[in-house]
Structures are given as C-alpha cells and as structure tokens.
Write a new protein. Structure first.
Length: 287
C-alpha cells in the first residue's frame, strides 16, 4: 500500500500511526495481534524499528551486562528484539490482509536496503538518527517519502538534516524525547515553528499518556500523528510505559476526528441551520 503525498496536507484527515516499535518483545504473534488492534482502533499505519545490531551498537555496548528474557547481556536483548526476514514477511502479509500500511525506522544503511526489499511506502527517521548524515543520504536515495522526527534536536541540527533530505516528499514530526512526556514539556506550538521555517508538512510524534494532546496537535496544524502503542503497559519492555493501549488509541483517534470535524473552514457566514435561530432571537436589524 502506497502513501500518497496528498495525505499530508492541511484539511485532509490526519494520518495516524501506531508505533509498535519494539513493544512486540520479539514475538511475531504478539506483533500481529498489535497490528490487528491498531487497525480496530482506527489507525492508518503501524510502524516498527529495524536495526543491524552489530552496526548500530559497539562490541562493548553489546557485551554490557543487562538481564532480560533473552539473556544476560545487552547484545542478547538487542538481538532478541530484532525480527528476521521471515518474520517481516509475516508482518507484510498480515498488513496486506488487514489493509493497513506498515513501515519502519531504519537505524542504519543496511536496514534501509532490508526495508526496501519489502517496498515499504516510506521511511521514518528516528529522532536519535537525525544527525546521521550517511543514513539520511541513504534514505533520500530511495526516492520514498521521508518522515523525520525532530526530538532532542537543536534548530541548527534540523537545518542540516533538512538540507540533506531536501523538502520534497519530506514530513517533519514535532517530538519531545521524554518517555513518557509530561504535558508541560510538549510544546505543541513548535508545530507552527517547523511549518513556517521549513515550508513542509508537520506531524506530531507523542510519548505522553494523555489522549487529548494529539487532537490539540491536529488543531494546531499537525497533518499526521504517531503514538507509541502497546497492548498492556504492564508488559515487560522499556517502551511499554510510554505507550497507549488499544482503548486509549481508539479514544485518541476519535478525539482527532472530532477536532477535524470541528475545525471546519475559515469562512464566516450564517449557516442554513442558524437561520431559524436568527429569525427567532434577533430583535433588531438596523445596520
């Protein structure tokens, strides 16, 4: 399934993404259950994360002690969370069957090639990778739409990333890299700053637990919303506690769609439905 660039325009329904990320805990069956839940919640797409473990992490980092269901080292954990090509084929088939888009955040150049072998409709650059110029160039070479998260970044870093990526087929995401993010740190007004500075569509990638803030982001001009997604915040995993559940995602989607209805048009005139009220309540008209 392709993503049409026209989706990312003011006035169009916001494109809503459930960020499954690594919340599948290495289980393809759990991943497929999450895809189904995201579809039922009204999401347009699901997103994963793809890493070539031995490229993204140093041998020292991989050898660091870290207890997990996969073993006693950080390397055991990172390798346990990575899906195989066979698993991604199952993801691809599941999403096609459910008619929901899937894509991923590649954390290294080899992962871009891996994802391209599935002809993903776009590539998402995680905030942690915004300063990886080689990865940005590799993604740009695919010719696919690029979704770039701006969390933990200064404006000059975003400037350099946008210069590499170009503004054609680029969607920026305002993001605050706190997990979970408290409302007083989210700074939704930055959506307008990004839109005016770079003249590209802007979305919102949220890590808060509230369901209303995403709708506020849309009211402020966000054309896409990405939320970390889990079946249960009590599950094992580092990202679970900064994710929303299927019921909360459903509420988030409903809030967004209500706000989109309420935004209406910038035109001001007496609505046909107001005419009877006007005739009843207007006492004097001597303008």
């Amino acid at each position: 399934m392709k993503i049409k660039l026209a989706r990312f325009e003011i006035g169009k329904p916001a494109f809503i993404v459930a960020e499954i990320g690594i919340n599948h805990n290495g289980s393809i069956e759990l991943a497929k259950e999450m895809i189904s839940a995201a579809k039922k919640s009204g999401c347009d797409a699901v997103k994963f994360q793809k890493r070539t473990v031995d490229v993204v992490y140093t041998p020292t980092e991989l050898a660091r002690p870290r207890e997990s269901p996969f073993g006693a080292t950080n390397g055991d954990l990172k390798r346990g969370l990575e899906f195989s090509r066979k698993a991604y084929r199952e993801i691809d088939e599941c999403c096609k069957e459910l008619e929901i888009i899937w894509f991923a955040s590649p954390w290294d150049e080899a992962s871009v090639d891996f994802l391209e072998s599935f002809d993903v409709p776009c590539h998402k650059i995680a905030a942690a990778c915004l300063t990886d110029a080689d990865l940005l160039r590799k993604v740009r070479e695919t010719g696919k739409p690029v979704l770039l998260s701006t969390g933990m970044s200064e404006l000059d870093e975003i400037d350099k990333a946008v210069e590499i990526l170009g503004t054609e087929s680029l969607l920026l995401f305002h993001c605050v890299s706190l997990y979970p993010a408290p409302p007083d740190k989210i700074n939704l007004r930055a959506i307008k700053t990004l839109a005016e500075r770079y003249r590209v569509p802007v979305g919102y990638s949220g890590h808060e637990l509230e369901t209303v803030i995403s709708a506020a982001a849309v009211a402020l001009g966000a054309v896409a919303v990405e939320r970390h997604f889990t079946l249960d915040r009590g599950m094992w995993g580092s990202d679970q506690k900064a994710s929303i559940t299927p019921d909360e995602m459903l509420e988030t989607v409903r809030n967004i769609r209500r706000v989109e209805q309420a935004l209406g048009t910038p035109e001001i005139h007496c609505l046909p439905e107001e005419v009877p009220v006007k005739q009843k309540l207007r006492r004097v008209d001597n303008l």
